[in-house]
Design a protein around this ligand. Structure first.
Ligand SMILES: CC(C)(COP(=O)(O)OP(=O)(O)OC[C@H]1O[C@@H](n2cnc3c(N)ncnc32)[C@H](O)[C@@H]1OP(=O)(O)O)[C@@H](O)C(=O)NCCC(=O)NCCS
Length: 141
């Protein structure tokens, strides 16, 4: 892990969020929708190089069902264990928030070709013997 990178429980502003999304060639959502969504995050972790936000990941959910979304590391910072550190921190937060006798399902849709990254962090590819495939419906307006 690069020691000059610091990690913070912090929600980035929309501008920074758009900058991160653009850096990994993801489209940006509308500003109003993004601001509301970011502020509704259950947990959010950013990685910084000095004052500059270079990566993030966030969780949306209710404590029982938690979706990991918006995991992105700026290209020049990839391959330095920043993405995996962010995943570990998000999982840690969910773990800490799960009561004794409770259960949390942490789920996500991997970008194409990125499933191996999550497998390395202990996630299981679906379908498996217990669960069917993940399904999705998108709305565009
Ligand atoms: C995918 C992404 C988050 C990984 O972050 P990263 O900081 O570059 O990854 P790390 O350095 O933490 O990698 C941790 C491990 O996962 C492995 N890994 C990284 N990307 C991988 C991939 N696509 N497939 C398989 N393994 C991968 C690394 O080799 C490393 O393995 P090791 O522990 O054996 O050394 C980052 O490359 C990224 O932001 N990509 C563009 C946006 C994206 O696709 N995000 C994922 C959305 S679902």
């Amino acid at each position: 892990m690069d020691s000059y990178i610091t990690y913070h429980d912090e929600i980035p502003d929309v501008e920074t969020y758009f900058e991160l999304r653009s850096s990994v060639d993801w489209s940006v959502f509308c500003g109003e929708q993004s601001e509301k969504a970011l502020n509704n995050s259950y947990y959010c972790v950013v990685a910084k190089d000095g004052d500059s936000t270079v990566a993030m990941g966030r969780v949306v959910g209710d404590g029982m069902y938690c979706d990991i979304v918006d995991v992105m590391v700026k290209p020049q910072y990839q391959g330095k264990k920043i993405g995996s550190t962010i995943i570990n921190k998000l999982v840690e937060r969910i773990d800490e928030g799960t009561p004794e006798g409770g259960k949390a399902s942490i789920q996500l849709i991997a970008a194409s070709g990125k499933e191996g990254f999550y497998v390395k962090q202990g996630f299981t590819i679906l379908p498996n013997e217990d669960s069917g495939p993940a399904l999705r419906k998108l709305i565009y307006k």
